[in-house]
Design a protein around this ligand. Structure first.
Ligand SMILES: [Zn+2]
Length: 461
């Protein structure tokens, strides 16, 4: 029993670890400074307060739903009024209907999963990387859980990730999909209108699980072979309103602020439409129909479309991918914050070092050999106790780091904590002053919020 769990856990861990971009802060700063679009964007950043609020979110807040990472896309959709946060009533029945109709097409194929889900057949399978196979394996596991025969095989005494890869080598004749697909089929039978809520939630869960297992590898595949996947990408629209509500809650942004940010990102060509769909809530329940738009369209222009049948405003969903450089910075271990900070230092030609020292301080900046800046990205929605313990541990780390640096011949005179929260918790800082007396008195310790980054950098000149 435990083995099954640990297998899943291990695969999940493997998949999740690949969601983190492993480039160093130094590398990311270098890429950023040599990319004109991002330079122009960052040149405006000192006045882009709302943009900072979005892009300095922890990656789990920006791309995750309930702490499950999704594909690193930004979604836009007409936001239904929320009646009840956990109710499925908030979702578009018409959209669910449209997507389920399209997904049903999959069940008509009885070939292997790769071909079925991704349109990859034997002849072009070799171009798919080993990495991608691992991701598919993860997805396969989700199917396995509904499949007793395979489950038995998996639960055999000797089983680990390598053996699984061996067994599922080419994913042929190893997976019995019928039972699973019948379950989906039954849930979406035509004429039934309503989808059984249990089935529906199972499928949604599956879509979310699949999405959480998806990584840059699948994204790459979608980028390269989007023509093979017109139906597949539709399922991403299902999570748009959940994602958007989640994001607005975590960032504190209003819908119109979010739209403004998207428009700016679009203007600087830092985001790109992956897929845009329009459908009519009015007409689609009886006759599912939708329009899929390919190509560039500015975020704020998407809501203009009208239904060809009834001339009412249509519902819409659009998915945007981020420019590679920006995305990698956001998905890096400490996110965009240290990358932007480093970009500012480069721009002002201030001498600094980052990541020169081993031993857990890889994202600390040492400026002019005398100022220590630690960058920290925190997740949103922490309570006061959690915030206090985070500050506490950051302070203790900074203290240790200063001692270490001074013992190595540096003369640190000033220490900052640069974080992604919008307030600097002055009250909390006061309380910690006794405990970290030296840090506050001798090193003039301060917490710096995103809105003040440019001021601090100017002072360092
Ligand atoms: Zn209509």
């Amino acid at each position: 029993m435990n083995e099954e769990k640990s297998l899943e856990a291990r695969i999940e861990k493997a998949v999740k670890s690949s969601l983190i971009v492993k480039k160093s802060t130094r590398e990311l700063i270098k890429e950023t400074t040599s990319f004109p679009n991002l330079n122009s964007f960052f040149n405006q950043f000192s006045s882009f307060f709302i943009h900072k609020r979005l892009l300095f979110l922890h990656r789990f807040d920006l791309f995750g739903i309930d702490d499950e990472m999704q594909m690193p896309y930004l979604h836009l959709c007409n936001l239904p009024k929320i009646k009840n946060k956990d109710s499925s009533e908030n979702e578009s029945k018409a959209l669910t209907h449209i997507v389920s109709n399209e997904l049903e097409v999959f069940s008509n194929y009885k070939n292997n999963i790769l071909e079925q889900m991704f349109g990859i057949n034997d002849s072009n399978r070799d171009i798919i990387s080993e990495d991608f196979k691992d991701i598919v394996a993860y997805f396969v596991i989700q199917f396995i859980r509904t499949n007793p025969n395979i489950k038995t095989l998996i639960n055999a005494d000797q089983f680990d990730y390598n053996i699984m890869k061996n067994v599922l080598k080419n994913y042929e004749n190893t997976i019995e999909l019928d039972a699973f697909l019948e379950e989906i089929g039954a849930g979406f039978e035509e004429g039934k209108g309503e989808i059984d809520p249990i089935i529906k939630s199972k499928i949604e869960k599956l879509i979310l699980l699949f999405a959480s297992g998806l990584t840059k590898n699948v994204e790459k595949l979608i980028d390269n072979t989007s023509k093979m996947l017109p139906n597949f990408i539709l399922s991403f629209h299902l999570s748009s309103s959940l994602w958007l509500n989640n994001l607005l809650a975590k960032s504190g942004l209003s819908f119109s602020e979010y739209l403004k940010i998207l428009d700016d990102l679009y203007r600087y060509r830092l985001i790109e439409n992956k897929d845009t769909i329009f459908w009519c809530e009015n007409c689609s329940i009886e006759n599912p129909s939708y329009t899929q738009h390919k190509g560039r369209i500015a975020p704020s222009k998407i809501s203009r479309s009208k239904c060809l049948n009834c001339n009412k405003s249509q519902s819409y969903g659009s998915i945007f991918s981020l420019n590679q450089v920006l995305k990698e910075a956001i998905l890096s271990k400490d996110g965009l914050l240290p990358v932007y900070f480093g970009w500012l230092l480069e721009k002002e030609e201030i001498e600094y070092e980052v990541g020169e020292y081993s031993g857990g301080y890889e994202n600390d900046f040492i400026i002019k050999k005398s100022i220590l800046v630690e960058c920290k990205m925190f997740k949103a929605e922490k309570d006061a106790v959690a915030v206090r313990s985070e500050i506490d541990s950051s302070l203790s780390q900074i203290k240790k780091h200063i001692n270490k640096l001074n013992s190595e011949g540096f003369e640190i005179q000033q220490a900052y904590l640069l974080w992604n929260r919008n307030n600097n918790e002055e009250e909390l800082q006061m309380k910690l002053q006794t405990r970290y007396n030296e840090l506050f008195k001798k090193y003039g310790f301060k917490i710096i919020c995103p809105d003040k980054i440019e001021d601090i950098v100017n002072k360092m000149k």
